[in-house]
Ligand binder design. Structure first.
Ligand code: Q9C
Ligand code: ZN
Length: 357
């Protein structure tokens, strides 16, 4: 399997975050990527590739198919503006967020906010400190994912039903059109999906999100089947991802969530639910590509997970995904138990490959 990776993804490295009220080392650390890379490197099944320096020339235009210009501009400029304004040089961290009950409609002009207010306008939680390098890392991740999507589309013409892996961070599935949150700044799977739909003449893409957390950022962006897979409202992001949410606008009816009670989520229950999600994708007609938001924070020992999955579950997950028979782009999302992270990611990908052949 081809694995796309870029070292610039490592440069986003905030020192800490607040978890259950405690200041702790940042869980979404560059070490995660290095560990997965090292584990995959030890297997002859994976070939590492880097994105080309000059492709795509207009990288930002692909990002702007998903995110607003104001938001992308914000990510690019906020660190410098924040420091000039007297903010901590370590990272931007807002204090106030635009809560929906705080502001009367049209009561304020939001176009000339101070840096600290602007940071709270474009963010929904405390998990997204923005350092001097955050924008560079997020853009690098988008470039790696786009390169992997291009390779998958090119290869598909020659060898059908193969998988490609974009090994990236920061992750993306919590990022909305103009919001960062949950360690996510740019929505990598959404950017890849838009690329396949708008630039590769693809008619339909399915996004299957197997991260422990609900992919609130990916959910309504497309008229596509999207299968969330999360324990909300028991856990982060708490306010999204109920079974009753079915999408909005042209995407209505295409969004499928499968909330699982944490204490029930054993390997068998999880795989049974994943099968249901796979059946929905199978029945939804002509899907040309499958994009998988690959989080392994479902593992029982993950520091922010409540599920009971063992390491034996991950090859089974890969096998179920392979049963869909689609060219599949795997994109790295969460997974914070460093001792098993590499093995669990490798297991999903190898389970997929072995079932495809
Ligand atoms: N008490 C991803 O896995 N903090 N993001 C959670 C829970 C944020 C997870 C605190 C978790 C974000 C991509
Ligand atoms: Zn997660």
């Amino acid at each position: 399997m081809k694995v796309y990776y870029g070292p610039e993804c490592l440069c986003h490295d905030p020192p800490h975050e607040i978890l259950s009220g405690r200041l702790v080392p940042y869980l979404e650390s560059p070490r995660r990527l290095e560990l997965v890379k090292n584990t995959l490197s030890r297997s002859s099944s994976f070939v590492f590739l880097s994105p080309e320096q000059d492709w795509p020339h207009n990288l930002l235009s692909y990002v702007l198919a998903v995110h607003t210009e104001e938001y992308v501009d914000h990510l690019k400029t906020i660190y410098d503006d924040w420091v000039v304004d007297g903010g901590d040089k370590v990272a931007v961290l807002p204090e106030t967020f635009l809560h929906h009950r705080l502001r009367a409609p049209n009561s304020l002009d939001l176009s000339n906010l101070s840096p600290i207010a602007r940071a709270g306008l474009y963010c929904f939680d405390l998990s997204c400190p923005i350092t001097n390098d955050t924008f560079q890392a997020a853009i690098a991740a988008a470039q790696v994912v786009l390169t992997a999507a291009r390779a998958l589309a090119d290869d598909h013409l020659a060898i059908p039903d193969r998988g490609t892996f974009a090994l990236v961070r920061p992750p993306g599935h919590h990022a909305q059109d103009a919001l960062c949150g949950g360690y996510c700044f740019l929505n990598n799977v959404a950017i890849a999906a838009k690329y396949l739909l708008q630039h590769r003449g693809c008619g339909s893409v399915a996004i299957l999100d197997i991260d422990y957390h609900h992919g609130n950022g990916s959910r309504w962006m497309f008229r596509l089947p999207f299968c969330g897979y999360e324990p909300t409202p028991d856990d982060y992001p708490y306010f999204t991802g109920s079974a009753g949410e079915r999408g909005a606008g042209p995407g209505f009816g295409f969004n499928h969530n499968f909330p699982l009670a944490q204490k029930d989520a054993t390997d068998d229950v999880y795989c049974g639910t994943l099968q249901q999600a796979a059946d929905i994708i199978r029945q939804s007609g002509e899907i040309e590509y499958l994009i998988v938001s690959l989080g392994v924070d479902t593992y029982q020992e993950d520091p922010i997970c409540g599920f009971l999955l063992t390491q034996r579950c991950y090859p089974r997950i890969g096998e179920i995904i392979a049963s869909l028979g689609k060219p599949t782009l795997f994109v790295m999302e969460g997974g914070y138990h460093l001792e098993t992270l590499g093995d669990n990611v490798a297991s999903v990908l190898l389970g997929f490959e072995q079932a495809v052949v």
